[in-house]
Design a protein around this ligand. Structure first.
Ligand code: AMP
Ligand code: MG
Length: 339
């Protein structure tokens, strides 16, 4: 199959591919999504096949605004509208009860048979236009092969998906760079199932009480979001996440690791401290948003045959830093080294 590369001005073309049951990689503010009409079971099935995604891992549906909540969900609490009003379009996914009757409704293939559905409204003008023109909710997981780092540019999508999908819409690099925060509103108090661009601190300003899913904080607990139990985002090299008090401790640790085959993923300003090793800075330690924006692109850049080991400087778990550390821990297979 020839994969078309579309520009932001070609939203109508992308929408018509979706309406006719095709797949389009779409830009969002978080990461690129691999979109299909959520109402076309065959197209949704192809998303799983193309990505190699496990069948038990449900998809997020992307909608044009809060009015869609009552269309696809039932028993929608007031808090959903408060949050949608405040943070949509934006990197917040709400898990709500799924309407299972009436036509049309979201098929089980999207929700992996759960009685809930994850919904969000992406903050990218071209993709919002595509959703409006398609006139359907768009089911979209991240537009990468399963297990690999998420894609944050059209070029990354092309690398993973060329020849496998009808089109890729190039909307430039993603602003946030990490997937959305997932908030489960079907439990009391509401629970964060995946940290992301909207922080725990922001959610706690809007809702009285918000908890973190136990699967995010306690080793050995099964996460409630099915996708959070898989190893993810991993380059081929072994990744060691290093938590340390300061740059000096990290530099000293790196000195003890052989140069051959080692890459260091450090913070801006530290690049010259690792002579002999491959070095890449992924952002500023005191600005976790910059780390979030570049972490996936950095992991992709270091996915090279000559690199067998990657040492990553771990940020603090405040604000968006919580989401950055969550993704890096997954890329490291759960291992974190504390100096
Ligand atoms: P991705 O599309 O790759 O960002 O993955 C979507 C994430 O949302 C996965 O971790 C899914 O398991 C999770 N998810 C989707 N739908 C639900 C749901 N109804 N309940 C809990 N988690 C969900
Ligand atoms: Mg993903």
């Amino acid at each position: 199959m020839k994969t078309l590369l579309l520009t932001s001005a070609e939203a109508e073309k992308a929408a018509s591919i979706l309406r006719s049951g095709g797949l389009v990689a779409l830009p969002t503010e978080t990461v690129y999504g691999l979109g299909a009409s959520a109402l076309e079971e065959e197209a949704v099935k192809r998303i799983f096949e193309v990505k190699g995604r496990p069948q038990d891992n449900p998809l997020i549906i992307h909608v044009a605004g809060p009015e869609a909540l009552s269309e696809w969900c039932e028993a929608v609490p007031e808090s959903a509208y408060i949050l949608a009003e405040r943070y949509w379009p934006g990197p917040l996914t709400l898990v709500l009860r799924c309407r299972k009757t009436g036509e049309p409704h979201i098929p089980d293939r999207v929700t992996a048979g759960l009685d809930t559905v994850a919904v969000r409204c992406p903050d990218h003008p071209a993709t919002l236009e595509v959703i409006r023109l398609a006139g359907v909710p768009v089911a979209a997981p991240s537009a990468n092969l399963s297990g690999k780092p998420s894609t944050t540019t059209a070029l990354h999508c092309l690398h993973d998906l060329e020849g496998k999908v009808e089109a890729i819409l190039d909307g430039g690099p993603c602003r946030v760079g990490l997937e959305s925060t997932i908030l489960d509103l079907t439990v009391t108090p509401p629970r964060v199932l995946r940290p992301g661009g909207i922080t725990l601190e922001q959610l706690r300003e809007s809702l009285r009480e918000v908890e973190l899913d136990r699967g995010l904080v306690l080793p050995g607990e099964t996460p409630k979001a099915p996708g959070m139990k898989y190893r993810h985002y991993a380059p081929s090299a072994e990744l060691t996440l290093v938590r340390c008090r300061d740059a000096e401790a990290f530099i000293q640790y790196a000195k003890g690791v052989p140069d051959e085959g080692t890459a260091v993923l450090c913070w801006t300003g530290e690049e010259n401290a690792f002579p002999g090793k491959q070095v890449l800075a992924y952002g500023r330690g005191d600005e976790p948003e910059t780390l979030a924006a570049h972490v996936f692109a950095a992991l992709r850049e270091l996915d090279r045959p000559e690199i067998s080991r990657i040492l990553v400087r771990c940020p603090e778990e405040d604000g968006v830093g919580l989401a950055v550390v969550n993704r890096l821990k997954k890329a490291a297979g759960g291992k974190i080294l504390c100096l």
